[in-house]
Design a protein around this ligand. Structure first.
Ligand SMILES: [Zn+2]
Ligand SMILES: [Zn+2]
Length: 338
């Protein structure tokens, strides 16, 4: 007697399934929140550079995962723009190497040729009025860990810049690992010095199935390229691989500032995930100020009174879902008196 052949799901089937679950989860997560946001992937590749998918395949995943917008940021080219124009809310950017770090530029029409020195390129891009950010500032999964000098070179970007906190490269599903932990520590280091560094999330997908495994939530923006870029510039955004997360204090939004904050801060923290939340925490000067155990709750909206460490320059928040998908709220900046 012949044994029955066991049907195994192919990897592709499996991830098509994940996308559908993700889209449902994202839609349910949005319900009942006091803030609204657009979900978009800021950093993806196709066969126009070293990715292996077509633009249309990335767009299919964008729709399947329920993303609102997508940037296709191929390396050293903007030739993909012709195809992007044929799709709604699909925009192009570019990701050249710029010396020790890569840089994602979202809003120039032409190919940018970097000088290769971080400070100089940052100054040129600012002079051109571009929105840009540094992807994977500590390297990328599974094997590229930047040396400390290479990471430190990012400091030349200045007192205000944007970088990825979550990078989804080489993954089909979200994750938390040593790259993310290192990037978090780097972020807290810059913020503790008083720099203003916007944290973003993006997939860095090199194949269509990974598009949108990590994304950025742009709070309160309308769905067009100009409004999304203005939202990204304002920093009223959160990085995520699943949950929605938002903080505000006394009318100051994420990336807003509070002068003379005193010794205690009232902070409203709201987060949600349709799958259930594990915890949320508030951080200042690289230390945890408050941790909230959420035990599978789908929504949390609390106003916290937080004692501020002396000389604190910022507060920020994170949360994790029960499956460890995470979100990072951008900081509220504190300006001590004097
Ligand atoms: Zn890169
Ligand atoms: Zn990339």
């Amino acid at each position: 007697m012949r044994k029955p052949v066991k049907q195994r799901r192919s990897a592709e089937d499996r991830y098509r399934f994940v996308e559908r679950v993700d889209a449902r989860r994202a839609e349910e997560t949005r319900k009942g929140l006091s803030f609204d946001y657009l979900r978009g992937d800021l950093h993806t590749h196709t066969c126009y550079s070293d990715g292996f998918g077509e633009v249309s395949e990335s767009v299919a995943t964008m729709s399947a995962r329920g993303l609102d917008f997508l940037f296709i940021t191929d390396h050293n080219t903007v030739r993909q723009k012709v195809e992007c124009r044929g799709h709604r809310n699909v925009w192009w950017g570019q990701e050249p190497g710029a010396g020790p770090q890569h840089v994602c530029i979202l809003d120039i029409e032409r190919k940018y040729r970097p000088v290769g020195r971080i400070g100089e390129d940052a100054a040129r891009l600012r002079a051109m009025g571009c929105f840009f950010f540094y992807p994977h500032p500590t390297g990328w999964f599974p094997s590229t860990h930047y040396a400390p000098e290479r990471i430190a070179a990012l400091g030349e970007a200045g007192d205000r810049f944007a970088m990825e906190i979550l990078n989804g490269f080489g993954r089909l599903e979200p994750f938390y690992d040593t790259w993310t932990a290192e990037t978090e520590a780097l972020w807290d280091g810059y913020l503790s010095e008083g720099r203003r560094v916007t944290g973003l999330g993006a997939s860095d997908a090199h194949g269509p199935l990974a598009v949108g495994n990590v994304w950025t939530g742009v709070v309160g923006a309308r769905l067009n390229k100009r409004a999304v870029l203005a939202g990204l510039r304002s920093g009223n955004v959160f990085a995520s691989s699943g949950p929605a997360l938002h903080i505000e204090s006394g009318g100051a939004p994420m990336s807003g500032e509070i002068r003379n904050p005193g010794r205690e801060l009232r902070l409203r923290l709201e987060c949600a995930d349709a799958r259930g939340l594990n915890w949320a925490r508030v951080i200042s000067q690289g230390r945890e100020l408050r941790r909230i155990e959420l035990r599978g709750a789908k929504h949390c909206d609390r106003t916290l009174s937080l004692p501020l460490p002396r000389g604190a320059r910022y507060v920020r928040a994170e949360c994790a879902a029960v499956d460890d998908r995470r979100a990072y709220a951008n900081p509220i900046y504190l300006l001590p008196c004097g």
